[in-house]
Design a protein around this ligand. Structure first.
Ligand code: COS
Length: 379
């Protein structure tokens, strides 16, 4: 077993860290306040190769492994979890899904632009009445011969308005249950495609989350991903990898909060000495660092299993379950260490605490991760 990162891994980590510190940190508080999507920064991330990291270079990707992706996600998320969720969805749901299950034509037409970050993608599974219970899709994709006619509503769609390409999960044949579901590629310009209201969220306020409405949208058959009825499995397979991205986001939120707390504890004085010299604070730092290390190892293990073509379903669920839990715990302790300063926006930790919560909800709640893990254990 080798815990040493390669030169390439260290270079990716360093590049992502520098970008986050230089380009994302200035303005992150304002973007959070104003609910402003980091459009300019996402463009730069595309130029740096962060939007299609794992895609084969022949489709304009970075050709990197999942370990590099985890390292970069951690660094970006330390500073701006709104930018990192756009990065995560584009990389591990949209690009990965298209590269692994799309046709050559779909890869030429969509993946090549998505991998460069010239356009970004969205993954549309959740509905007003189907979040965890993902087989209960109410959005319909009626088979009309050479096209599907799509009607319905999707909710809480990350990159909802900023995306140009949407992977939409919809029910074609309700009698077949989950085997009657299809995954379709939609362009925002298609007639009948309407971007609905923007959500006013607790955290990741810079990310743009919308509902989407489809009214008789004609989607050509060549835009279906995989065989007829493959849509649900497509969603499950992409989410299995997506969870490594969100686990790494949670890890980054935790390590960002911890690093700020460590630095603050060496500056702030109470009772005549730096608070880092008080055991109450030292014990908090020790717990935070231990939790972060454990979460990082789970993320890297899931990435390693994926990179070596082994089953990573349980590992990615464990990584997401644990990293999201400790992101909450660590960020709450970070606010506590900062005291009154932690409760105001200027010191970043209150934002990280708000951002942490969503990692226990999206791409499968903690309860769903426990279903996935226990099913694997009991197989
Ligand atoms: N990879 C490949 N196939 C999978 C899979 C995976 N990780 N998980 C399930 N499947 C397949 C099953 O093998 C089954 O296919 P067959 O009937 O051909 O064997 C099919 O999908 C249905 O699976 P299952 O019967 O287990 O479905 P359930 O309704 O019991 O749901 C869970 C399974 C709960 C795991 C699933 O609905 C889920 O992950 N829900 C959460 C969805 C989510 O993350 N929502 C957030 C939206 S994205 S922000």
């Amino acid at each position: 077993m080798n815990f040493k990162l390669t030169e390439e891994h260290l270079a990716v980590q360093e590049a992502a860290r520098e970008f986050a510190q230089n380009e994302l940190l200035p303005g992150v508080i304002e973007r959070d306040n104003q609910q402003k999507f980091p459009a300019e920064q996402i463009k730069q991330m595309g130029e740096l190769g962060l939007m299609g990291m794992m895609v084969d270079p022949k489709y304009n990707g970075g050709g990197m492994d999942t370990i590099s992706y985890v390292l970069a996600m951690e660094e970006i998320s330390k500073v701006d979890a709104s930018a990192s969720v756009a990065m995560s969805v584009n990389n591990s749901l949209v690009c990965w899904g298209l590269e692994n299950f799309g046709t050559e034509e779909q890869k030429e037409k969509y993946l090549k632009r998505l991998a460069l970050g010239k356009v970004i993608g969205a993954f549309c599974l959740s509905e007003p009445e189907a979040g965890s219970d993902a087989t209960s899709q109410k959005t319909t994709a009626e088979d009309k011969g050479d096209h599907y006619l799509v009607n319905g509503t999707k909710n809480w769609i990350t990159n909802g308005n900023s995306a140009s390409v949407y992977l939409v999960i919809a029910q074609t044949d309700p009698e077949k249950g989950h085997r009657g579901i299809n995954a379709l590629i939609m362009d925002k310009e298609m007639d009948g495609f309407v971007v609905g209201k923007k959500e006013d969220k607790l955290g990741i306020r810079g990310s743009d989350t919308h509902s989407l409405m489809f009214s008789d949208v004609k989607v050509p058959k060549e835009n279906r991903i995989g065989d007829d009825g493959f849509g649900f499995k497509f969603a499950m397979k992409t989410l299995t990898g997506g969870r490594i991205g969100i686990a790494s986001q949670a890890l980054g939120i935790a390590s960002g909060a911890y690093e700020l707390s460590l630095a603050y504890s060496k500056e702030r004085k109470a009772f005549g000495k730096e608070i880092s010299k008080h055991q109450a604070i030292q014990f908090k730092l020790a717990d935070m660092a231990t939790q972060i290390d454990a979460a990082r190892l789970l993320c890297l293990k899931a990435a390693y299993l994926k990179d070596t073509d082994q089953n990573y379903s349980k590992a990615s669920a464990m990584a997401k379950l644990y990293a999201s839990q400790i992101a909450m715990e660590v960020s709450i302790e970070a606010v506590q260490i900062h005291g009154g300063y932690g409760y105001v926006k200027e010191y970043h930790v209150e934002r990280l605490m708000r951002d942490a919560k969503i990692t226990q909800i999206y791409e499968g709640t903690s309860e769903i991760q426990k279903i996935v893990i226990s099913r694997e254990l009991l197989k």
